[in-house]
Design a binder for this molecule. Structure first.
Ligand SMILES: *Cc1c(COP(=O)(O)O)cnc(C)c1O
Length: 384
């Protein structure tokens, strides 16, 4: 029985780590060995091999991430999309139907929209804010619901408590992408979700130097997903696992700082005359602020805002900032800015983007761990 830790800061450092320590090593060593000696295993899935997700580096992360999410079990994967695709292709098969929140992360949206049909899987998007509309979308072959903790890039917060309840009432597997919130701010398993997914490339690792994914949840589902993953091949490399384990230890320090910094920056932007609108669940002006307060312990490190005026003004602002990098992705220690119209949502027409609420001057910001004052000064100069 592994030792149980109560608080998340302690879990981040100690949960899942081998005791006694391997050769006394304080930091988890990297086991850069593809296979391990046969030790009498009776199942293919138990042979020790990197693709089978069961080397010492995998096992540390499985224990740690399960503890963080308050889940029975966890699994790490080669990327966030590997976690999402392996989960969906385990919980759904040919003839099944999925209900998914609209405005999904781009990769997930495209997996549903472009790939599902080839596997004979159906889906419908639902208005994640309007629980009363979900029942009408149910079909006899509906097997699962799929939500996100906060949407990209508008930071909407769906009726997540309702989603977990709805799934339980109708015998559906409930899945949530918890990348934007992290288990520091939100633990969906405690709310009743069956599976919580992550792109570990973002906050969990936090240093913009690996891609990785994670799945936490019910042990029976994690075992089925593990076996599917063993065949699909999306397992995590030991060196990435080492870096993820190292990054995770500071998750609470980083995320709490990013929560505070993002709120201050959102408040600054909201009161600035050059800004038309700010999307951040921590602001009282956010339409679901009350719901977010009830669900989350913090509102996360990502926000978005619209500038007054033309697309050129937004481009000029990006050029005039000196501290943030202009780059996609999020959740790292450095502040990043993107204009979704040219990156995550460039594949849509302008009309489609506007229908989703993505204006040409919308900028998404991932707040790093720099001094908040330095970012505010940089923004004040760039806007002035
Ligand atoms: C980045 C991201 C993903 C995909 O993760 P990868 O590690 O890039 O495969 C999935 N969901 C969300 C919310 C993300 O931000």
């Amino acid at each position: 029985m592994p030792q149980q830790y109560e608080r998340i800061e302690t879990k981040l450092v100690h949960a899942g780590e081998p005791r006694p320590r391997i050769a006394g090593a304080i930091a988890m060593p990297i086991f850069q060995s593809a296979m391990f000696e046969y030790a009498g295993e009776t199942s293919y899935h138990d042979l020790k091999y990197i693709r089978l997700n069961n080397t010492p580096n995998h096992r540390v992360l499985h224990g740690k991430i399960a503890a963080l999410e308050g889940a029975e079990a966890a699994l790490v994967t080669a990327s966030g999309m590997a976690a999402i695709s392996a989960t969906l292709f385990t919980t759904l098969s040919v003839g099944d139907h999925l209900l998914a929140q609209s405005s999904l992360y781009g990769g997930t949206h495209d997996l549903l929209a472009h790939d599902f049909a080839k596997f004979g899987i159906e889906f419908d998007f639902i208005d994640a804010d309007d629980r009363s509309s979900w029942k009408a979308a149910l079909r006899p072959n509906t097997r699962a619901v799929y939500f996100e903790a906060m949407t990209n890039p508008l930071l909407e917060v769906a009726d997540l408590r309702g989603a977990a309840e709805f799934a339980r009432e109708h015998g559906l597997v409930s899945i949530i992408d918890n990348t934007f919130a992290t288990p520091v701010n939100f633990r969906p398993i405690e709310l009743g979700f069956d599976l919580s997914l992550h792109s570990a490339s973002k906050f969990l690792n936090g240093h913009s130097d690996i891609v990785g994914g994670a799945i936490a949840g019910r042990a029976d589902l994690i075992e089925r997903i593990t076996h599917r993953m063993n065949h699909l091949g999306g397992s995590m490399d030991p060196h990435a696992a080492f870096l993820l384990g190292r990054g995770l230890k500071t998750l609470a320090l980083r995320v709490r700082y990013q929560n505070r910094s993002a709120l201050e920056i959102a408040q600054f932007l909201e009161s600035h005359p050059a800004i038309a609108r700010v999307n951040y669940a921590g602001l009282e002006s956010h339409p679901r602020h009350a719901r977010a307060r009830e669900l989350f312990e913090g509102f996360g490190g990502v926000l978005s805002f619209e500038l007054q005026g033309s697309t050129e003004r937004a481009e000029e602002f990006l050029k005039r900032t000196t501290l943030p990098a202009i780059a996609p992705s999020l959740g790292g220690v450095e502040t990043l800015l993107t204009r979704p119209a040219t990156t995550s949502h460039a594949g849509l027409t302008r009309e489609e983007r506007l229908r989703l609420g993505i204006n040409d001057t919308l900028i998404r910001m991932s707040v790093g761990i720099e001094a908040t004052e330095d970012i505010l000064e940089d923004f004040a100069r760039a806007l002035g």
